[in-house]
Every structure is written in structure tokens, then in C-alpha cells.
Design a protein around this ligand. Structure first.
Ligand SMILES: [Zn+2]
Length: 281
């Protein structure tokens, strides 16, 4: 992977970025985004292009970004894999992650193999609270086995959501414990670290299982040590993500992490090095 520059001597990888064409998101997602990041709505169609996002990354000091597809028609919308693959083909700094709805896709493992082979997707995002499934349902084990075989990380939305039709019970990270045990070589990422109710479970899983990680997107970085008081212990497992555009400035979040009372080395890992390691596997 090529990253364009060092910023404050630290590589910054934003592991959690959303893009869309205007009609891909449900109305309540637009309503929410307009509230939290009105700037994007001044020129939505211009910012939500590869050039627009790269320009923003330069401004915000981000070297590489994981850009997520989203197959969640009931809650947030449908941001197709083809759109994300095409979007990310414009720059090596944009890393495409696929999304599959395992509930409606009868052969998700075949779909995944195709998305990785044909479209070059580098990871998979699943959204149990948006797609309404328990992650440890054996029905989906063939999908996880395929991801393990393909050596791609699987990101699960864990924790709370404000969006209509989200079912929070499916966001409990405890269900990922079964996957961590049954697929010891599957790289599992708990997006949002079990936000709101389950920080302790997310932390425990990351500490206990070699293959389980936390992406801190959607969490105010200044509160990180409140949510995870022993964060330093899992410094190799914590990955920076912004959840942009649901935050107005990625740079502000990066700077907040740099101000945390953590070892410099840990900050360097969180901001980029841990992500680069996962993206190489
Ligand atoms: Zn997100």
C-alpha cells in the first residue's frame, strides 16, 4: 500500500468511512448527517466523489481510508459494492470494503469470493443490527469460513445506533466470541467498540482473543479512556476510524487521540499501524 505522506510523524489510516450517492441513503440517514455535518450538504455531490474525498483527506491529514459498502436497505440504505469498487479504483489511498446482507443473500460465501476476486474488495462489513441477525448463527458460518480462507478482515457493527429500524440486541459483541473461537484465523473487528452498553465486553474480547480488534469510529476520542480505562493493554488491537461524514472533522479526532495520556507508540499503532497490519493480511 502507498500512503502519500507522514503527518505529525504518524501515519493516519481512517478505517471507517462512508460515501454514497444522494439517493443511496434512507431519508433519516440524510436527516441525521445534515444535522451532524452540514458542510457536506453544501456540495454533497462534489464531496462524495473520489477527488472530493481525497481532497478532504489531504486537508484532514489522512493517508489512507477504508471506504465501506453498505447493504442495509431496512435502515441506512444500499451503497453497492460496485459503486465502492469503482470509487476506490481512482486512488490507492482508498481501500474498498464489501458489504453483504447474509440474511437475504442465499449464498453469501459465493458472493464474497466474487467481490474479492472480481472487484478487489479488501474486507467485509456486516451490520447485524441493521440487517437483523445474530452474528453467531451457524447459518452464516460458511461466509465466515470463506472470509477466513480469503484472509480478509470482517468488520461488524457493534453497539448502539440512532437509525430507524435498527435492532440493538444484534449489536451485542458477545456473539462474536463464538466466531473468535470457531474461526481462530478470522480477523474480526468490532466497529464502535460495543458503543453505549457493551464497552466492557468489546474490551474483554479484544484482550482475550488474538483475532479480535476494536475500531473506535463513532466514539468521541476524548472519552476513549473513560470507555476503555485499560486501553493501553490492548494497544495492538485498537484501530482509528472516524465514521465520516457523521463527524465534521477527522483531524479534530486525530488530534484528540494525540492528546490522550497514552504511550506515543500506542498512539502511532491506533492511528495507523494496527490498521496497516490488518490490511496486509
Ligand atoms: Zn459507520
Amino acid at each position: 500500500m502507498i500512503y502519500k505522506k507522514m503527518w505529525l510523524s504518524m501515519i493516519v489510516v481512517d478505517f471507517h468511512v462512508h460515501v454514497a450517492k444522494f439517493d443511496m441513503w434512507t431519508p433519516w440517514v440524510h436527516e441525521y448527517m445534515k444535522k451532524v455535518n452540514p458542510l457536506v450538504y453544501e456540495s454533497f455531490n462534489k464531496i462524495m466523489t473520489p477527488n472530493g474525498v481525497i481532497e478532504l483527506m489531504d486537508k484532514e491529514g489522512v493517508d489512507s481510508a477504508v471506504v465501506l459498502a453498505e447493504m442495509a436497505p431496512l435502515t441506512t440504505g444500499v451503497v453497492k459494492n460496485e459503486f465502492i469498487a469503482e470509487f476506490c479504483s481512482k486512488s490507492e489511498r482508498l481501500i474498498p470494503f464489501a458489504s453483504i446482507n447474509p440474511v437475504t443473500d442465499l449464498h453469501p460465501q459465493k458472493t464474497l469470493a466474487k467481490l474479492v476476486t472480481d472487484l478487489g474488495m479488501k474486507g467485509l462489513k456486516l451490520l447485524p443490527p441493521y440487517q437483523h441477525f445474530y452474528p453467531n448463527d451457524p447459518k452464516f458460518y460458511a461466509l465466515y469460513a470463506k472470509a477466513q480462507e480469503l484472509k480478509i478482515p470482517v468488520v461488524f457493527h457493534t453497539g448502539s445506533s440512532v437509525f430507524k429500524n435498527a435492532r440493538l440486541k444484534f449489536g451485542n459483541p458477545l456473539y462474536l466470541d463464538d466466531l473468535a473461537v470457531d474461526f481462530p484465523d478470522l480477523t474480526i473487528v468490532q466497529a464502535h467498540g460495543g458503543r453505549a452498553f457493551w464497552y466492557d465486553i468489546a474490551f474483554f474480547l479484544a484482550k482475550r482473543h488474538r483475532n479480535v480488534h476494536i475500531d473506535i469510529s463513532g466514539l468521541p476520542p476524548k472519552n476513549l479512556l473513560k470507555y476503555f480505562p485499560d486501553l493501553e493493554e490492548i494497544g495492538d488491537k485498537v484501530i482509528f476510524g472516524s465514521d465520516w461524514p457523521s463527524v465534521p472533522s477527522v483531524k479534530v479526532n486525530v488530534e484528540a487521540i494525540q492528546r490522550l495520556p497514552l504511550k506515543t507508540e500506542t498512539k502511532r499503532k491506533i492511528l495507523g499501524e494496527n490498521a496497516l497490519k490488518l490490511l496486509k493480511t
